[in-house]
Ligand binder design. Sequence first.
Ligand code: FES
Length: 104
Amino acid sequence: MDTIRIYIINPVGEKFTIDADCNSENSIMDVVKEAGFDIGNCGGMALCASCHCIVESEHNLNQKSSEEEDMLDQLHNSTLESRLICQIPVKKEYDGIILKINND
Ligand code: FES
């Protein structure tokens, strides 16, 4: 089984490590939610921003859809490194990704 490691920093700065299977259809949001984080309220439709994270690593991620761009534009705290992690698949190239949850 191919797994990647995902590093999560919660809103108060605590760090967590999650190992995720690359061979599933899961998004990174699915994996992080399964690990017990309170995100993913819209089920991955880019509609709620509960999965808003700042990407703190240098990964070359998939392009944002216009729906994701529109949602991020509406947030008071989005940055150039912001992503909705329900829109990011679990892929081998994303091993070691560092994500800071920013959904307040
Ligand atoms: S889960 Fe709702 S926007 Fe990502």
